[in-house]
Ligand binder design. Structure first.
Ligand SMILES: *[C@@H]1O[C@H](CO)[C@@H](O)[C@H](O)[C@H]1NC(C)=O
Ligand SMILES: *[C@@H]1O[C@H](CO)[C@@H](O)[C@H](O)[C@H]1NC(C)=O
Length: 463
């Protein structure tokens, strides 16, 4: 019996290895700037529940040649190819034979993967779970068949070591993907696939670093102005994901000239999907990176974003643009505050870099004081919230302009009424400091500050 539970334990452990590979690695390094924030909540919830799942409830996923969405807690047969779809936040998997194993051609690895795949084939897994289920004592014959199907603990241990070894070979996979991408013999489809597979891998800090050391950063930056638009889009996607997990990759990307190329993508005619990826990569590149931010301003990034903001049908881009600007404003403020307080240390260096340009006056001059209020007409709370944050942050240089937009006061007081009601409902449901309450506080503060004389010393001197 003991032996059997050991086998069972290992079997489960093996399953878990697969589940956690697909699951946590993506999330522990989950992008700081999310490509699509709204979609991550659900996935995290799913992650939370899967651990509490009873093994016997595990549903086994049946991979096909097509990408299919995985349900939370679904067991993935070994050898499947798993990826996170950043657009939907869902995990997806497909059959490994063709896609997953094609990177594993060097004999030994392939053999091991196939063994793992056979070992964990869904049918056997189900049978095993059935057999180990509870009270009815299995007959000798059952035990025999279990033994013949599942190898000895020693065999399993050896396989586990092999599995460990397998998991350390992202580098090999990345090499193959890069050479597939770089090969003149590859079709555009194959090159795009290679990039999307790379995108999956570079979320891990080490892999992003390895991408740089393998010379991949240059290849990907070069692809940002490839003649094929699909390659431009996928390259921007890989770049953003690689940068988001690693500050030193940020530096490499900037030095490889990625910023100028991304701005070109944003400034020229491209489908919204391409612009989204490019904007994602720019946001990742600028995040907590003062030097990149000052380069961005020097290269005319604010004008590029200003024109993009006005493109028809680009609503999804507008909120991302405003969020990016808001992040720049607040980061600059934080650092300049720290710079004033501290001496000439490292944060002082940051301060000097930020101090090279003054963001708020530029934003005011380039028309952002009147652009950002346009986001308030959105019915989405999230967009309104982001607009309100940005409006407040720009107040010191935008106040006079805000006052000259007649519709702004009206829409602010309409919103105040709406959120007063929502906040009240929130409170009756027992939620103090709820989300709607927060939005209401932003609105109140904005309305108050709009009608105050701007003064360092006093909080509010009514005009
Ligand atoms: C890409 O291909 C070129 C020429 O075929 C080669 O010189 C270069 O080293 C390759 N780069 C990588 C990272 O494989
Ligand atoms: C891409 O940009 C580089 C310079 O940054 C240039 O040398 C190259 O010709 C461009 N490629 C295409 C296809 O436009």
């Amino acid at each position: 019996m003991q032996k059997r539970s050991a086998v069972f334990g290992l079997l489960l452990w093996c399953l878990c290895v697969h589940l956690t590979c697909a699951h946590t690695e993506k999330f522990s390094t989950a992008v700081i700037i999310k490509e699509d924030e709204e979609d991550f909540g659900e996935e995290e919830k799913a992650h939370g529940t899967h651990e509490a799942q009873d093994p016997e409830d595990l549903e086994v996923f049946h991979p096909t040649n097509e990408w299919q969405t995985l349900k939370p807690g679904q067991a993935v047969p070994a050898g499947s190819h798993v990826r996170l779809n950043l657009q939907t936040g869902q995990r997806e998997a497909r059959l490994g034979e063709e896609k997953g194993l094609k990177y594993l051609r060097d004999g030994q690895r392939r053999e091991m993967m196939n063994e793992q795949a056979a070992f964990l084939s869904t049918q056997k897994l189900k049978e095993a779970l059935k057999k180990f289920k509870g009270d009815d004592t299995p007959s000798e014959k059952d035990e025999e068949s279990v033994r013949s199907q599942f190898r000895s603990v020693d065999d399993l241990k050896r396989d586990m070591e092999a599995l460990d070894f397998l998991m350390e070979t992202d580098i090999q996979i990345m090499r193959k993907l890069l050479s597939q991408f770089n090969s003149t013999g590859s079709t555009v489809d194959q090159r795009v696939t290679a990039l999307l597979d790379l995108e999956y891998l570079v979320h891990q800090v080490d892999n992003a670093q390895n991408l740089v050391s393998m010379g991949g950063m240059k290849l990907i930056t070069d692809a940002l102005n490839n003649t094929d638009v699909r390659l431009r889009e996928s390259a921007a996607f890989v770049l953003g994901s690689a940068i988001s997990s690693n500050p030193s990759v940020q530096v490499e990307a900037l030095e490889s000239g990625a910023l100028q190329k991304l701005l070109n993508l944003l400034a020229t005619r491209h489908p919204v999907s391409v612009k989204k990826k490019a904007l994602f990569a720019v946001a990742c590149l600028l995040h907590h990176f003062p030097f990149a931010q000052s380069q961005f301003v020097k290269l005319g990034g604010l004008q590029v974003l200003g024109e993009l903001f006005q493109v028809q049908g680009a609503d999804a881009l507008r909120v991302r643009i405003v969020t990016l600007l808001y992040d720049m404003i607040t980061e600059k403020e934080l650092i300049s505050q720290a710079g004033k307080d501290a001496g000439p240390d490292s944060s002082h260096q940051d301060y000097l870099q930020y101090a090279e340009y003054s963001l708020l006056p530029m934003l005011a001059e380039q028309g952002w004081c009147t652009r950002v209020p346009e986001l308030l007409v959105s019915p989405e709370h999230d967009r309104r919230e982001k607009a309100l944050h940005a409006l407040l942050a720009m107040m010191p240089h935008c106040q006079a302009q805000y006052q000259q937009i007649p519709s702004l006061s009206t829409s602010l007081s309409t919103l105040q009424k709406e959120y007063q009601k929502l906040a009240l409902t929130e409170e009756t449901l027992g939620e103090e400091d709820g989300y709607f309450g927060e939005i209401l506080a932003l609105l109140d503060s904005l309305v108050q500050k709009m009608h105050c004389e701007h003064s360092e010393r006093s909080n509010c001197v009514p005009l």
